[in-house]
Ligand binder design. Sequence first.
Ligand code: ATP
Ligand code: MG
Ligand code: MG
Ligand code: MG
Length: 468
Amino acid sequence: KTLSTNELRQRFLDYFRERGHAIVPSSPLVPQNDPTLLFTNAGMVQFKDVFLGREKRDYSRATTSQRCVRAGGKHNDLENVGYTARHHTFFEMLGNFSFGDYFKREAIQYAWDFLTKEVGLAEDRLWVTVYEEDDEAADIWLKELGVSPERFSRIGEADNFWSMGDTGPCGPCSEIFYDHGPEVAGGPPGTPEEDGDRYVEIWNLVFMQYDRDADGNMKPLPAPCVDTGMGLERIAAVLQGVHSNYDTDLFQRLIRAAAEAVGGSQDLDHPSLKVIADHIRACSFLIVDGVIPSNEGRGYVLRRIIRRAVRHGYKLGAQDSFFHKLVPTLVAEMGEAFPELKRKADEVVRALRREEERFSETVAQGMKLLDEVIADLDGDTIPGETVFKLYDTYGFPVDLTADIARERELKVDQAGFEAAMKAQRERARAASQFGSGQAAAPDLDVETEFTGYEQTGHAATITHIFRD
Ligand code: ATP
Ligand code: MG
Ligand code: MG
Ligand code: MG
């Protein structure tokens, strides 16, 4: 019998509890202790101050299934959704953490033992990478655990060295990949073909080992720490013997619910159903965690994701608002593991329905305009003014237009859009100087929201977390 996603989550947490780890609940998607971060995007986020030694907990080992969102801002997986088998906007990151307790050897052993013994994966389907200079980790894998050198590689800093910021804790990583087999396109880690879906990264182990100072000198940390992350949906796919995350139990039920909600008979493999199934999780949990659709910041990211989902529903022929109808299925799947979802289900339905209704008033008109422009198009680029008009008049976020363009093998004129935006902003500013009572359109700044955290000391955290 294969493990359900829910059973697998529990299995992981129990495995680490049996090995002395405290099971800690997922923290919300809006980070509580880090205003520089858009959304919680890794298991370590809630423990950042513990790693830095600023906060003490009454345990030195923890395990979590952390809800994460990687959408919006400069680095995000939104564009991958529906196109790769393995990326979501919302996913759960399973993790085990050591705060100055065990280190490299145990972390590697736990991970290998979990995969090959606890859930019984064949060793010859796994591939391991270490940081190129990390001989210690290489020895543990090759000599102590007997991993085959043929399925092992040393990888450079860009992928296998992690740091919390320009200064502070940092150290090498080791990653475990699963080989879905030659039927799937893609090459092993470290090769140019890596970006396919054949070798899927399932688990990332980070060994916080050094303290880097402003001059780049690295001193060993007095108490090295461990931070690991494994995508629940990816390991569920592996254990359920399917290649795509979207073919797992949880996603299949969401996809069926989506097909039903948009009406008519659907090809259950349609990418739009995957997008909708992905987006209902992100949107619902963002609302659970206090984000509301708006024109700025987090709320704008939420609005973009909802509108993208709704547009995909229309593509499938939805006549009515449908997105909120998926909430009961989501609650049935995830409400046990996340009681806050169950508690706030009604609120989620209301917020989604309201946003869908707002958008549906103009979406048909916007699509009509876009279709006309595309029909008359000379080259392969949708002009910036059209992108702007769709945004300004019909509420199409730019990435929504880009999504439609991509489906039709077209490009969007990003620079032209930005110029139109700027002109609009200047007009608004001029208007407000004359006291015309027109708003100065602060809402129009949203497209460039949240690139600011790259300028903070947590830059490296963000880049690590979003590394592809
Ligand atoms: P990838 O290279 O596949 O984009 P990553 O290196 O960006 O993954 P990490 O930051 O190392 O991911 O996160 C730890 C784990 O979380 C990954 O090994 C993967 O299993 C999972 N994960 C990361 N991003 C996603 C996503 N967008 N959707 C689902 N799972 C993800
Ligand atoms: Mg990784
Ligand atoms: Mg990676
Ligand atoms: Mg990534």
